[in-house]
Write a protein that binds this ligand. Structure first.
Ligand SMILES: [Zn+2]
Length: 52
């Protein structure tokens, strides 16, 4: 299965708690959470992957 990531935004000002990202098989291995931005506050340095 392609990777599924649970991601949390750690910006205190942001009302987004967490979201899930679903990759396809074509996503390169070196793409990580730091390559994305928060869909709500659009910051890139506040996203953390949640280890389940
Ligand atoms: Zn945010």
């Amino acid at each position: 299965m392609p990777a599924t990531l649970e991601v949390k935004c750690t910006n205190d000002e942001c009302e987004l708690d967490m979201f899930e990202m679903h990759y396809t098989y074509d996503m390169p291995d070196d793409v990580g959470v730091s390559d994305f931005q928060c869909p709500y506050c659009t910051r890139t340095d506040t996203l953390r992957e949640i280890e389940l």
